[in-house]
Design a protein around this ligand. Structure first.
Ligand code: SF4
Ligand code: SF4
Length: 226
């Protein structure tokens, strides 16, 4: 009885903690996008965030995506209220699409950075511009499909995914009964049950998991762990 109570408390604490951190981080969007119009150097906040996720990726995989990313937070906490929530199209789960987008976005960023000739305000402006571009695409997609659809192909998320292979992985035990509840609660529709040891590697590929814990908390068989 007491173990159940303790489990419920931990569940509650984890949900609240992630929600609060996301609400706080989402505030950075207007700071950079609107504030950056008046003070261009606010674009350097994005550089700070890139540094944070690169450090975190080596210890916790895509934890930044699941708990701290201002864009992901906005989509999950606000865009979700108005989204049609349609299923994510298979193309968004394909490698070729992910890496094509990665190449295009990174090429654009490098080209724009090169064109700044090292002017600090212009450099900060490039990072702000990348956020505006990503947000515009992400909101357009997330309004019709699942609100966090962008996170399935986000270049920064993909980078974290490949740089954290084997780090803080979501493992799937054989006790999984493939009820698919995990997929229903996953913000990017990943299906951990499909990676069950007897059918797959026994863990979810790093790039496919935001380490948000939604599935771990909701799995009725307690088959998922980090
Ligand atoms: S919710 Fe748990 S039992 Fe159900 S498919 Fe997912 S991992 Fe398996
Ligand atoms: S697989 Fe689980 S931990 Fe990973 S993103 Fe989906 S719900 Fe979150």
């Amino acid at each position: 009885m007491q173990t159940k109570k303790k489990e419920k408390k931990t569940k509650f604490e984890e949900i609240c903690c992630r929600k609060n951190s996301q609400l706080l981080m989402a505030l950075l969007l207007p700071v950079v996008i609107i504030g950056g119009y008046f003070c261009p150097r606010l674009g350097f906040i994005v550089v700070g965030l890139i540094t944070i996720f690169m450090i975190l990726a080596s210890k916790r995989g895509r934890f930044y995506c699941g708990w701290l990313c201002p864009m992901g937070s906005f989509h999950e906490r606000f865009l979700s209220k108005v989204s049609f929530n349609k299923p994510i199209l298979p193309v968004f789960k394909s490698s070729w699409f992910r890496w094509l987008l990665f190449t295009l976005m990174m090429s654009l960023m490098v080209f724009r950075l090169y064109m700044t000739w090292g002017d600090p305000e212009a450099v900060a402006g490039v990072f702000r511009m990348m956020w505006i571009l990503s947000m515009s695409i992400a909101i357009g997609l997330g309004f019709y499909f699942k609100p966090r659809i962008w996170c399935t192909v986000c270049p920064m998320g993909s980078f974290q995914g490949v740089s954290s292979i084997g780090v803080y992985m979501l493992t799937v035990e054989d006790t999984c009964v493939q009820c698919k509840k995990c997929q229903k609660v996953c913000p990017i529709s990943t299906y951990p049950g499909g990676y069950r040891q007897d059918e797959g590697p026994g863990y979810v590929p790093s790039i496919e998991c935001l380490r948000c814990s939604n599935c771990v908390i909701n799995c009725p068989k307690k088959a998922l762990h980090f």
